[in-house]
Structures are given as C-alpha cells and as structure tokens.
Design a protein around this ligand. Structure first.
Ligand SMILES: *Cc1c(COP(=O)(O)O)cnc(C)c1O
Length: 494
C-alpha cells in the first residue's frame, strides 16, 4: 500500500464513491424533475459567463467534491435540456437513461477502440452494435461499419469510402491531381450542409456538387439527376457519387431511393444515403415502403444520437462491404485483407475511419438496443411520428395557425393572426412575425422549436425524437405558440 505513488489527480476510493453516489442522486433528481423544469432559462452568454466566473488558471487544486458539486449546480440549473418533453428543436433527442450509465461505465473502463488489442471486449461490442444497427433498419447483417461522432462524420466517412472506390487506381498515391478529369457528385437541394463541407475539405471544391432540383414534394427529381449525369459525361467530367436523403433535415422527406439506386447501377456510381435522422423509421412496418431501395446503398449514415435516443455523441457509417472502409482508411489494406482470411480475424477500428484513438461509443447504443429491443424502437418511433401528425392536425384545425408540412416526425407550421390587417399582408411580414415568435419561444423556454424555410416561407419546426413528449405536451405547445404569437403580433403592431 505505502509504495503506491501519490498523484494529485488520483482520488481516494472512498471519496470517489461519495462523490459518485452524489452525482447519481443529482442525475436521478434531474430525471424526475425534467418534466416540470423549463427547457431553458434563455440566459445570455454574458449571464452565463457571470455564473461561471472569470477565475484565472488555478495554481493549485481544490477538492474534487467541491468541484463536482459546483459543476452539478451550474450544469443542472443553467443548461438547455434536450431531454425535456417539450424540446422539439433541431434533431437532438432525449437521451436514454441507460445511455448515461453506459457512458460512465465506458469511461470507467476507458477502452481505446482504435485497436482490438487495446479493447478486446469493447471492440467486440462495437462490431455487434454495428451488425444490429444494420439489421434494425432491415439490411442483411453482412454490412460492415464503424461508429463515429455523429451524422457529419458518418457522411464524410461514406463519402471518402465512395471516392476511393470510384477514383482511379493511383488515387491513394497520387491524390486528386492524378485524376485527369474533374470528379463530380449529385445530391438534392434539400441535402444537409455536410455535403458542402465534404466537397470543400476533401479537395473537390463546392463547384463539384450538382444540386439536383426537387419535385414539389421535395424529393429529388430523378430525370433531372440523369440529365445532369449525362451532360457531365459529355463534358468530360467523371460522376462518382449520388447522395440520397432519407429524412431531410427541414421536413423529413425521404428521396425515392430505389430510383436513385437504379441510376447509380446504370452509371456505376457510388450510392450514399444520408439517413442521419430518418433511417431508423425504416423499422416501423407502415413506414418501410418509404425506404424501398435503401438496400441498394453502398454506404449509409445513421445517427444513434438522433432517433435511437443515444446520448451525444454517436453516429454510424454502414457499408455494404467493409473492405470499402479498410481500402480507404487503412494504409496497408493488403496485409489486412490477408489477415481477415484467417479463421478469427481481429477488427482494428482505426482502419475503418478517420480516428486513431477512439472512445467506447458503442456501449450506450448497444445497451439501449438490448433494453428495448427492435419492438421497443418500433413503438417509440411510431409514437413520435403519430405525435408529429397530431401536432400538424391540431395546427391545421386552429384558426390562428397554418399547418405546412408533416413527414416522419417533423412538422412545420406558422402563426397567422386572425383578421390580419391589410397593410401587413405584404410578403415578409409573416416571416418576420414568425421569426420573432421563434426567438421569444426559445428565450422563454416553455417549449423549444426551431425553424425551416419552405419555398420562402419562414416556418416553426418541431421534430419529435423524444420519448418523453406526450399528447398533452402537443396540446400545450399549440396553446403556447398561439398565446405568444398574439403577444408578438400586438407588439409588432404598436
Ligand atoms: C443531423 C443531420 C446531419 C448532421 O449530423 P450531426 O450528428 O449533427 O453531425 C446530417 N444529415 C442529416 C440528414 C441530419 O439530420
């Protein structure tokens, strides 16, 4: 005992227990009171900084107990709670309580999931999780994949895998400059901003993106897609990838994946599906039809931290053939291809993605899947979709609301005052009114919505990836929007 090194960062086991039990008590209270708290206090950055204090770099340490009780106080009293039943903003879910505990356990083991030798059990759990995620959305469990930090990284990972496959043989040694012709890719105008980031960051430039027009229903127009591909080929470009969206971030629309898949087969293009938000809905029997063609995708992005209620961060890239990841991300794919012929190959996830050292993200995803099973997810996702529909219907019935869209679990609507005065009917006024209304709603924290702009119309947008939201919450939210809408309108008039 006495020979143990004393390090200031170590914690006495008894102290660890006391602080730990305290923390679990505080979090349990949060889980109990989250229903009656505000979503957010809407404090300004200045107010928040004042609460934090402007202490300079500590010269010497203080007790861990003090630090954690202060951190609890700051975070539990001054955070925005996306686990709140009336948080419907962006696409951030209420996190599964089992995920909170799983994260603690994962950090307690501190497995480095870059290499199998450093994380034997954790790596096996990640592999099982990836297989289950593929199966969950109706794909054969022959798909490979890797967990990443979120949707952007999952899409980047698929993008890079596709590019390696479709570029020339010399691409890995000579880079883009060896490509004699410009490589171009296609996606609909509803595609998330990641695609532009990818084109810029990975050396293609944003002009390499062909933004395909959509139909009025916001699905990619496939005849325009094919026309653009043909034009590019005629003009000496090299089309390499089409991105289909399965649940667009503004309105939840799913592209016609089967038709995109056929175009990709015909022109030998990589088919990537961005299902970061929407693809878990493929497990709900009555929604399955919308995702027909998903099985044609070469790579798919899916975000457990969205509709699978995992705590941040957890994204996943699935690929039809895991060799496509190692071809891109491993420096010695041949050696490892040889390796994987052995009876008991080991998976080293650093060869499947951008990261080297990797945290144990899989545990919280794995634990939630085991806790609720496929049927638990079917029920919860179906209920989210039904609530979004109810939100739409109630807005539709209300005289002062205009329901605009409902797909999957996303509803858009806007506030329109009764007897709107003639001089206010000019375009722009209602946009302005709804924008101000959204700011008021977000600041006052009884409900948290975000926005979408649909054909120039500024809409309030609710996305339900929240297992706490109830029918009563939806009715209350309708009421809150109308009350605050009336107030903002009368302020604007005066
Ligand atoms: C959320 C989202 C992303 C980005 O995912 P992050 O987890 O925020 O990085 C990309 N595409 C779609 C369709 C999304 O909904």
């Amino acid at each position: 005992m006495s020979s143990r090194r004393k390090a200031p960062i170590n914690l006495d086991v008894q102290e660890f227990k006391t602080i730990g039990y305290n923390l679990v008590d505080a979090l349990s209270e949060l889980l109990e009171t989250i229903y009656i708290k505000k979503v957010t206090l809407g404090e300004t950055p200045k107010e928040i900084k004042e609460i934090l204090g402007d202490e300079s770099l500590p010269e010497h340490g203080i007790s861990a107990e003090l630090i954690l009780s202060r951190a609890q106080e700051m975070l539990l009293e001054h955070s925005l709670f996306n686990g709140h039943p009336r948080f419907l903003g962006y696409i951030t879910s209420s996190q599964a309580p089992i995920g909170i505990l799983a994260d603690l356990l994962a950090s307690g083991v501190n497995a480095n999931c870059g290499a199998n030798i450093l994380s034997p059990m954790a790596t096996a759990i990640e592999t099982q999780t990836v297989n289950w995620l593929a199966e969950l959305i109706g794909l054969p469990n022959t798909y490979g994949g890797v967990l990443v930090s979120g949707g952007n990284m999952a899409n980047f990972t698929g993008f890079l895998a596709g590019r390696t496959q479709k570029a020339s043989k010399l691409f890995k040694s000579s880079g883009l400059k060896n490509e004699s012709k410009e490589m171009v890719l296609y996606c609909s105008k509803t595609t998330h901003t990641w695609v532009e980031k990818a084109a810029v960051l990975f050396g293609h430039g944003s002009n390499a993106i062909r933004w395909v027009d959509t139909h009025e229903n916001r699905k990619m127009n496939i005849s325009i897609l094919e026309r653009l591909i043909k034009e590019d080929i005629e003009n000496g470009k090299v089309p390499f990838m089409v991105v289909g969206t399965a649940g667009d971030v503004s309105t939840g629309i799913v592209d016609d994946l089967g038709s995109i898949g056929k175009i990709c087969e015909k022109y030998k293009l990589w088919f990537h599906v961005d299902g970061a938000y929407g693809v878990p809905a493929a497990i709900v029997p009555e929604e399955k039809e919308k995702f027909k063609g998903l099985e044609m995708a070469d790579s798919i992005a899916l975000d457990p931290h969205k509709w699978l209620y995992s705590p941040l961060e957890a994204g996943c890239t699935l690929v039809k053939n895991s060799k496509h990841l190692s071809d891109t991300f491993s420096s010695h794919p041949e050696y490892y291809n040889f390796d994987s012929d052995e009876a008991d190959p080991s998976v080293n996830y650093y060869e499947y993605g951008l990261q080297n050292s990797r945290g144990f993200r899989a545990l919280k995803v794995w634990a939630a899947i085991k806790q609720v099973g496929k049927h638990g997810y079917i029920d919860m996702i179906r209920e989210d979709i039904n609530l979004a529909k109810m939100f739409f219907d109630q807005a539709n019935e209300h005289q002062e609301l205009e329901a605009i869209s409902h797909n999957l679990s996303i509803t858009t609507l806007r506030y329109v005052p009764l007897n709107l005065a003639e001089q206010y009917k000019a375009t722009g006024f209602l946009n302005d009114l709804n924008q101000k209304l959204l700011n008021v709603l977000q600041k006052e924290g009884e409900v948290f919505l975000s926005n979408a702009i649909i054909n120039g119309t500024y809409c309030l947008r609710g996305c339900i990836v929240n297992f706490r939201t109830s029918e009563e919450d939806i009715s209350n939210i309708i009421q809150i929007i109308v009350e605050k809408g009336q107030r903002v309108y009368s302020d604007l008039k005066s």
